[in-house]
Design a protein around this ligand. Structure first.
Ligand code: HEM
Ligand SMILES: *[C@@H]1O[C@H](CO)[C@@H](O)[C@H](O)[C@H]1NC(C)=O
Ligand SMILES: *[C@@H]1O[C@H](CO)[C@@H](O)[C@H](O)[C@H]1NC(C)=O
Length: 477
């Protein structure tokens, strides 16, 4: 008996010693290669993950930044990483030395979205896809979508009339999904859209769940739904080819693409990118829209001014909103920008160093992750005075270079940014010219899922503002 325990203790000690030796060997090797940035690595193997998750993540980073400066090392989620909290450092990684840092995502997420999706790649394949995605989402392409986006948003809003309590984020997700489908697949047949919607929502649920192949787990269900999505997309592609349709949406661009050797994209590559772009489009835009509704609600004077701007546009023509009008909404546009800054939907991103890289005398070792901290930069009082105050007028002057990056920067920056902004302008237009709303509960918390969303998705009630004929009806009944 005693002996067995002795053996266990001995084994434990030996393992610890072994790990310690490896660590000091690695450490010596690193010291030879250069000077690591300042910072603490926390407990072995868990690193500082617990600290990160036991408090507001922004606070975690801000505290570190105060202590160590613009660049510091830490150890979270099992990775050694270097965090970057200055505009110059973010630009270094994302723009000027982008070739030394590749995108990096957990394998489980790559499998779910599809490994050929644009944002997992670097180099020639990425460049080729990026051109296709960019051209389908360019100003020239999306200017034709105004009427359709307005119709999508009006249809969604009509369902909320009458003070029904809704989860704003979940409702906004419906709008951003429809707009995503429109930009990617154009006017899809209703039964295809229904199949995509249902199966995609299963993928969506599995995305943030624990990645296990155990039958019946949300992740496994999501993988199966992802396979069905490929089938639906393959049917859509088949029908397009049969009808010889030449559309200018993303699917059209992907289908027409040939590389220098005349090779077309495979159906898997096309499917992965369609699901990838849909994924990039949905929760981000829905989260931004939800914040806009909260900020407008919390700032009644501003809301009145936005209403005045939008009602003046509505008065000009009885016809639906047109592209030119969406380019002339100066106040609403600033509200959109300030909401993006305040909410900082993509709080940070990840890259991985593909070689040892030196930045301002510090070594970023090959294989380490780097994290540009967009949120901290956008909330730094040095660049945005009184950063916690919602103040659209701060955008009357352009922010300093690389301090405002809600859509990232460099080769992987968001190709959907113009579409996202257009969608926000149109939704705000529809909302403030037709509805009044009340937020239920006044808590100010943020939920991360993983994008920041107001507590509980911002429960709210909406009422269609009575036009004169409605008011008459009301008094008569
Ligand atoms: C408010 C809404 C949105 C925000 C805040 C946002 C933000 C971002 C950011 C910060 C990145 C860069 C990530 C990185 O560098 O790691 C990105 C990439 C991307 N976004 Fe968006 N996005 C939004 C909406 C959209 C929409 C509507 C679409 C498409 C219809 C879209 C498609 C993409 C794609 C495809 C990428 C990857 C680009 C690449 O790797 O080359 N996004 N987005
Ligand atoms: C998913 O897609 C398939 C077609 O591949 C379809 O039969 C099914 O009804 C869709 N919906 C759900 C919830 O699985
Ligand atoms: C939009 O503006 C452009 C240039 O300012 C003009 O040529 C065009 O006629 C306008 N279109 C509409 C529908 O008002």
């Amino acid at each position: 008996m005693e002996l067995r325990y002795l053996v266990y203790v001995l084994m434990f000690l030996l393992t610890t010693l072994f790990l310690y030796l490896i660590k000091t060997r690695d450490q010596k090797d690193l010291n030879r290669r250069g000077r690591l940035p300042p910072g603490s690595m926390g407990w072995p193997y868990i690193g500082e993950t617990l600290q990160l998750y036991s408090q507001d993540p922004s606070l975690f980073f801000a505290t570190k930044q105060k202590r160590y400066g613009e660049i510091f090392k830490t150890h979270i989620l099992g990775c050694q990483c270097v965090m970057l909290a200055s505009p110059e450092a973010a630009r270094f990684v994302l723009v000027t030395q982008a070739h030394l840092f590749k995108p990096t995502y957990p394998e489980s997420k790559e499998r779910l979205i599809g490994p050929s999706a644009i944002f997992f790649h670097q180099g020639d394949y990425h460049t080729r896809l990026r051109k296709l995605v960019q051209s389908s989402l360019s100003l020239n392409s999306i200017r034709n979508l105004v009427a359709d986006i307005e119709a999508i948003s009006a249809l969604a809003f009509d369902k909320w009339d009458g003070g029904l309590m809704i989860n704003t984020f979940q409702e906004m997700k419906k709008i951003s999904f429809e707009v995503g489908i429109l930009a990617i697949l154009g006017h899809l047949e209703p039964h295809h859209k229904e199949d995509l919607k249902k199966n995609y929502s299963i993928v969506d649920k599995g995305y943030n769940s624990f990645p296990t192949n155990f039958p019946g787990s949300p992740y496994k269900k999501a993988l199966l739904a992802r396979q069905r999505l490929s089938k639906v997309l393959s049917d859509v592609i088949g029908e397009r080819k049969e009808k010889k349709l030449l559309e200018k949406d993303l699917l059209g661009c992907l289908l027409n693409s040939k590389d220098e050797k005349g090779e077309v994209l495979t159906e898997d590559q096309i499917a992965d990118n369609i699901i990838g772009v849909l994924f990039a489009a949905q929760d981000t835009t829905a989260s931004a829209l939800t914040w806009i509704i909260k900020y407008l609600h919390d700032n009644p004077k501003l809301l009145e001014a936005v209403k005045a701007e939008q009602k003046a546009i509505r008065k000009l023509n009885d016809k639906p909103l047109n592209w030119n009008q969406t380019r002339k909404m100066p106040l609403t546009y600033k509200v959109v920008l300030e909401s993006l800054r305040m909410a900082s939907i993509i709080s940070f991103t990840f890259r991985e160093a593909v070689a040892d890289v030196e930045y301002k005398g510090y070594l970023i070792p090959k294989g380490w992750k780097v994290m540009p901290l967009f949120r901290n930069i956008q909330h730094n009082p040095e660049f945005f005075t009184d950063p916690q105050k919602f103040d659209p007028s701060r955008f009357e002057v352009a922010p300093k270079p690389n301090t405002f990056m809600p859509f990232g920067s460099g080769v992987h920056s968001c190709p959907g940014n113009e579409l996202a902004k257009l969608e926000m302008l149109i939704v705000v237009h529809n909302l403030v010219t037709n509805f009044r709303w009340e937020v239920v509960g006044s808590e100010n918390g943020i939920q991360y899922g993983p994008f920041p969303v107001p507590q509980r998705g911002l429960p709210a009630r909406f009422w269609k503002e009575s036009t004169s004929s409605n008011a008459l009806q009301f008094t008569m009944t």
